[in-house]
Design a protein around this ligand. Structure first.
Ligand SMILES: [Zn+2]
Length: 388
């Protein structure tokens, strides 16, 4: 198990209470702090905060963690939260401003707003906040591509895991795709209302980041005190972005790894090439480089002992993959097994009977299709070796 960094935040997370903001201790370059070296001294007033922002009710996590980085030159906000419909000021801007005033700043000091990926709890308030504060809006170029695809601004990638009746192979009458929630999206509807989702930024981001970019080296004044490096971790969404601070050993992990739940996989706003499960497992390997970092996740609590959580998360994915592998190998004649019949043999928390009636059926079938592709096309050998 991973180790919580802040006992109070951890207790609040377990008790489903809203955690208080926590300040991440930054090493003020110990040996240099007393020295006269000017470059070092400029770092002395930096504050990195992790602030829980409540989300509109419903299933899933009750809040998202927003990172607030305060320096003498301004404020950077990562993942400002999910605004209540039409209530951006009351739900996001006002509480953020109150928080900043307690720390001698205000919302007008926000110079950059960074969104780690295109989900409403991370991206939803980013565009409006950047606009309100006249700040730079920043996200990964790969994630922006997904949004452009979803909007139909560019030729869409074919959806390899499209939920069509032929793909699923459901018995006649078992599945009325048109009547299920989310069916329009699932069929790749050209309907503008489903394409242009409310949480997409209205304007193109000011800065589109690539893997390996160091924000303070991009020659963009608003980013010049951000010692963060971009690590693109596809899987949860195709352009999901983590940020690392190598000197401080901090990983801003967003939804790549979460201490309390296992992140969903393949939740991009538009289809992308590749198998999201394969990409996600690769991304887990990628972040294992930061094994002794402090991890600031998008939900749950801040923690250390990243390798333990990587292992648990990978095993959760591999358990599912092995289940699919077993079902496929039991098929003696080597016949093609339909996604529907495979899904009916898998374990679901609500049981298959419950799943058939659940709004989660479509995503369950889609997951099954992705796992089948992983097992048949890629195989599990590589992962079984890496995650023993
Ligand atoms: Zn997400």
């Amino acid at each position: 198990m991973c180790t919580p960094l802040f006992p109070d935040q951890y207790q609040a997370a377990l008790g489903e209470r809203l955690p208080e903001p926590v300040r991440i201790p930054l090493d003020q370059f110990g040996e240099f702090a007393e020295s006269e070296e000017p470059n070092r001294n400029t770092h002395n007033n930096r504050e990195l905060w992790v602030r829980a922002v409540p989300m509109p009710g419903g299933e899933g996590p009750q809040y998202v963690y927003s990172m607030v980085f305060i320096t003498e030159h301004g404020v950077t906000v990562v993942d400002p939260g999910w605004p209540d419909r039409d209530e951006f000021r009351a739900s996001i801007a006002q509480p953020l401003n109150d928080f900043l005033i307690q720390h001698g700043r205000s919302i007008q000091d926000v110079k950059a707003v960074i969104a780690t990926h295109a989900h409403p709890d991370h991206l939803g308030a980013a565009g409006p906040l950047a606009q309100l504060a006249n700040a730079k809006l920043v996200m990964s170029s790969r994630e922006w591509t997904s949004i452009e695809q979803a909007r139909g601004d560019h030729l869409a990638n074919p959806d390899r895991f499209a939920l069509t009746e032929e793909n699923i192979g459901a018995p006649a009458g078992a599945l009325n795709l048109d009547k299920l929630p989310g069916a329009e999206d699932a069929k790749g509807s050209r309907n503008a209302t489903t394409r242009d989702r409310w949480f997409f930024p209205k304007l193109r981001p000011d800065v589109l980041l690539e893997d390996g970019d160091r924000l303070d080296q991009l020659d963009i004044p608003e980013l010049s005190d951000l010692p963060w490096e971009v690590v693109i971790t596809p899987g949860h969404t195709d352009g999901h972005m983590c940020l690392i601070d190598r000197a401080q050993r901090i990983l801003i992990a967003a939804d790549q790894i979460i201490p309390t739940i296992f992140p969903g996989i393949g939740l991009s706003v538009a289809p992308a090439p590749g198998n999201p499960i394969e990409l996600y497992l690769d991304s887990l390997i990628r972040i294992s480089e930061f094994d002794d970092y402090r991890v600031l996740s998008g939900h749950g609590y801040c923690f250390t002992d990243l390798p333990a959580r990587i292992e648990e998360t990978a095993q959760h994915v591999l358990r599912r993959a092995r289940e699919v592998q077993n079902i496929l190998s039991q098929n003696e004649k080597g016949e093609a097994v339909s996604v529907w019949s495979m899904a009916s043999k898998m374990t679901w928390s609500a049981g298959w009977d419950g799943m058939v009636k659940s709004p989660r059926l479509l995503s369950g079938l889609r997951q099954t299709m992705m796992y089948r592709d992983l097992v048949q096309r890629v195989g599990l050998d590589k992962w079984e070796r890496l995650f023993a």
